[in-house]
Design a protein around this ligand. Structure first.
Ligand code: ATP
Length: 234
């Protein structure tokens, strides 16, 4: 579905990504693990075309370099960025509907809104409440829901669990797994290695802008380096 080859991004003289290669199959759940500053957010921004990059970036056989960020959404790639980027003074419902701004299929949009409410029932209860009054975890649910309202075939999630209480975190990861089971491929940047290894099919480890290790979750969960550096065991 997505083929990335020798992808590089620089901010002025600082190299944030260097020759990164990875692939994501249709419907697959891939996680990118790595410490602060490793380049995870930069990678997701490059894919959604929010950040210029060089190298191969192909989605279903077509180069994404030819498209602007808003056109990439139309191709079926929706990005749920770090820090959520919600409109705090708008209601939950209005924030969710902003994710569907390119769509003209009103009935399908309503069906997707129902899907978001079934994944996150609290959002239905709070539909008319302004987002600034929600908890951090609830705001993260709005951000994921808004990305889903774009009807993605590939959902990019940037650290969905950061700063969120444990119980809500489990709920959010459970919802993400259900989104994948519904047929949407997921690329998730995450620092919580334990959770990523539990729910993703495959993992890439990004360190200093380069792919260090890669493998299935089972393979990396048994890897001594990963156990020591990311799970604190072994
Ligand atoms: P975190 O988990 O802390 O969000 P990350 O793995 O997502 O980290 P990035 O945000 O992609 O990492 O940053 C990669 C590198 O690029 C870092 O050294 C960062 O300081 C730098 N960087 C990111 N954005 C910019 C920018 N707009 N201008 C200059 N440097 C940047």
């Amino acid at each position: 579905m997505l083929e990335i080859g020798k992808l590089s991004v620089s901010y002025g003289k600082a190299v944030a990504l260097e020759d990164v290669s990875m692939r994501i199959g249709e419907g697959e759940f891939v996680a990118v693990l790595g410490p602060n500053g490793a380049g995870k957010s930069t990678l997701l921004k490059a894919i959604s075309r929010a950040q210029p990059s060089s190298g191969r970036l192909e989605f279903r056989g077509e180069s994404l370099h030819r498209f602007a960020a808003h056109e990439v959404v139309g191709k079926g790639i929706c990005h749920c960025p770090e820090g959520r980027r919600l409109f705090p003074e708008l209601t939950v419902l209005k924030n969710l509907m902003l994710g569907a701004y390119l769509r003209r299929d009103a009935q399908a949009v309503q069906a997707d809104l129902d899907l978001v409410y079934s994944l996150f029932p609290i959002l239905k209860e709070r539909a008319l409440q302004v987002v600034s009054t929600l908890s951090g975890g609830q705001q993260q649910m709005v951000a994921i829901g808004r990305a889903l309202m774009g009807k993605p075939s590939l959902l990019l999630l940037d650290e969905p669990s950061v700063g969120i209480a444990h119980r809500l975190k489990l709920e959010i990861f459970d919802a993400i797994k259900r989104i994948q089971r519904g047929g949407t491929a997921i690329l998730m940047a995450e620092q919580d290695a334990q959770s990523a290894l539990r729910i993703a099919d495959r993992i890439y480890v990004l360190e200093h802008g380069k792919v260090g290790r890669e493998g299935t979750s089972a393979e990396l969960g048994a890897d001594d380096y990963i156990r020591q550096a990311y799970l604190g065991v072994g």
